[in-house]
Design a protein around this ligand. Sequence first.
Ligand SMILES: Cc1cc2nc3c(=O)[nH]c(=O)nc-3n(C[C@H](O)[C@H](O)[C@H](O)COP(=O)(O)OP(=O)(O)OC[C@H]3O[C@@H](n4cnc5c(N)ncnc54)[C@H](O)[C@@H]3O)c2cc1C
Length: 359
Amino acid sequence: MPITQQSEMEVYESFLKEQLVPVACLVDEEGFYPESIMRGLGKLGAFQFSKLNEKEALLKRLKLIEMSAKYCVSTSFLIWCHTTSISFIINSNNSYLKEKLLPLMENGQLLGGTGLSNAMKYYAGMEDIRLNAKKVEGGYSINGVAPFVSNLGPGHWFGVIAQVNKEQRIFAMINCDLPEIKMKEHKDFTGMNGTRSYTCRFNDVFIPNEYIISDSADQFIPKIRQSFVLSQAGMGLGLVQACIDNMLKVVDKQNKTNQFIGISPSEILEQLYALQQKAYLLSENFTKNNFISSVQVRLEAAELALKTAEIAFLYQGAAGYYRKSDCMRRLREALFIAIVTPAIKHLKRILMENNVTSC
Ligand SMILES: Cc1cc2nc3c(=O)[nH]c(=O)nc-3n(C[C@H](O)[C@H](O)[C@H](O)COP(=O)(O)OP(=O)(O)OC[C@H]3O[C@@H](n4cnc5c(N)ncnc54)[C@H](O)[C@@H]3O)c2cc1C
């Protein structure tokens, strides 16, 4: 009997409760990479998207990212990285990658990431492209740097955009094992340390035609950018729910003094439900023309996450001021959601330039 999406999510959630909850602090602070959890989710079918239609795939991805963020935003971000790299292949016309790579990525045997933050900023008019590509026999040669790419390691893959000339940029999948790529891990973040985030330096890296997602990244980007942005909102939604749960634990503390902070868990819960409905509706009614609405939801999720993490901290008081407290981790995670590409400043720029006022 086919399992419904609801029961499918329940299976993933009980797996995460058992496997992820005990190690969430280690992931955030100590740099523990939750590899077995990522591979385990793959085995359970969490990354199977190619048999779903676009709307079903986006909704499943959003809910998976949201649900995991309740326990650990680092792992939720890793799931976003991996599922985003899967979306690159699914949306391409590359039959080689679809046959050879996609099934292994969908079952978690191979893991992937996305090195697109510089390109996303390029398309928003914020900076120049930092990877350059030269057409050579059988493919392209790439030089330059991708300063932050997460969910990498031996055997992993990630997507990048490199500039051939002013008119042409290519989109390629890159294998981390290529010897010409020099990878240096970032180990001293304030949180999110188990995300296996690297600076990747490309020195004449040959990329065969088989690994090219598109010879025109400019035309390909509109196919993936909306789900790229909307699925990230899941990190904010899950984090807000976790912060509300923390507030509820101490709501009556000190003769109900927390009510004088001026906002109750139920008020935030209302805002969360409203935003959740917007995000789900956008996924269910997915069209590639809904980019601006997705940018708004992503921005609202980042702002609600920042606000709620701070309020949950105020509710907790000094107990939350310990470095290892859950409230402190949630603050670090909320700050990450606010600055990861597209960051709040980037999202606001897009909205302003499209004459949309942000919330
Ligand atoms: C924990 C963590 C994980 C991340 N994972 C990813 C990921 O998987 N994929 C991804 O694409 N981005 C990732 N990023 C990067 C993130 O999305 C932002 O792009 C990054 O935080 C910088 O954004 P900013 O706007 O603050 O730019 P700024 O920090 O102000 O930097 C401006 C630009 O300078 C360049 N730059 C900065 N540092 C370097 C450097 N060391 N070498 C060369 N150029 C540099 C970059 O192009 C950057 O966009 C991650 C960041 C963090 C903190």
